[in-house]
Design a protein around this ligand. Structure first.
Ligand SMILES: Cc1cc2nc3c(=O)[nH]c(=O)nc-3n(C[C@H](O)[C@H](O)[C@H](O)COP(=O)(O)OP(=O)(O)OC[C@H]3O[C@@H](n4cnc5c(N)ncnc54)[C@H](O)[C@@H]3O)c2cc1C
Length: 191
């Protein structure tokens, strides 16, 4: 819906095969002419992670429990982009899926509580599936912004809204200034 509003066409279920001069050739034979193109490569993970036997999948994502401990090595924690999370529409092959700042922090808090417990010799005390986390995201989107709010990251959801508009862009600029001020002055206990 949002891409449509911005006049952007999304092509799904297809990959790029080749970039030839002024065209991108897709695996289904479609050719997309361009004057200026940006190609964002898929996530591959860090070499150190991929070099550890059984730690990551072939895409570089680390399969994790709901405690954010690696399934292969419980003493290793992975959060954020690096964590492989199950998704309801492709349950056979869990993937990393794009994640935004809020769930990355939520995962990090779960992991931090469990690391603190492990240091004290206690079992993991915090559990939270990625899909059950709330979605709160202020995004820049072109010349505009969009606020995304939902009770759950992944379906099924009770509710979710996307509110586009310049006010979101202004909120993001304000938050950035507040966050940098807070960090520069060491006010780590502020929200
Ligand atoms: C252009 C852009 C815009 C975005 N806009 C938004 C937005 O508006 N709102 C939102 O919520 N999210 C946004 N995101 C997404 C959000 O920034 C990411 O989801 C989030 O930062 C991921 O956090 P992470 O900790 O998993 O990874 P990162 O933030 O990438 O952190 C990984 C860290 O590991 C370090 N590292 C890498 N390799 C090694 C190594 N070998 N040894 C030691 N350290 C290493 C890196 O230097 C980096 O600091 C945006 C992302 C991008 C790229």
């Amino acid at each position: 819906m949002f891409l449509h509003k911005e006049g952007i066409t999304a092509l799904t279920g297809v990959a790029m095969e080749e970039v030839t001069g002024d065209q991108v050739k897709l695996t289904d034979g479609t050719r997309l002419p361009f004057a200026f193109a940006v190609v964002v490569p898929p996530f591959v993970g860090q070499d150190v992670v991929r070099a550890t036997p059984g730690l990551a999948d072939d895409k570089g994502y680390v399969p994790v429990e709901d405690t954010y401990q690696s399934k292969a090595y419980p003493e290793i924690y992975a959060v954020g982009i690096a964590a492989q999370v199950p998704v309801p529409w492709q349950t056979a092959i869990p993937i990393g899926i794009p994640k935004t700042g809020f769930p990355v922090e939520s995962m990090a808090k779960v992991a931090a509580r469990n690391i603190a417990a492990a240091v004290k010799g206690e079992p993991p005390i915090s559990h939270k599936e990625f899909g059950e986390m709330a979605a709160v995201c202020m995004m820049d989107a072109g010349n505009n912004g969009v606020l995304i709010l939902a009770d759950h990251m992944l379906p099924p959801r009770k509710g979710g809204v996307m509110i586009p508009g310049p006010q979101v862009h202004a909120m993001k600029v304000a938050f950035e200034k507040y966050y940098l001020w807070k960090t520069r002055h060491g006010y780590v206990r502020l929200p």
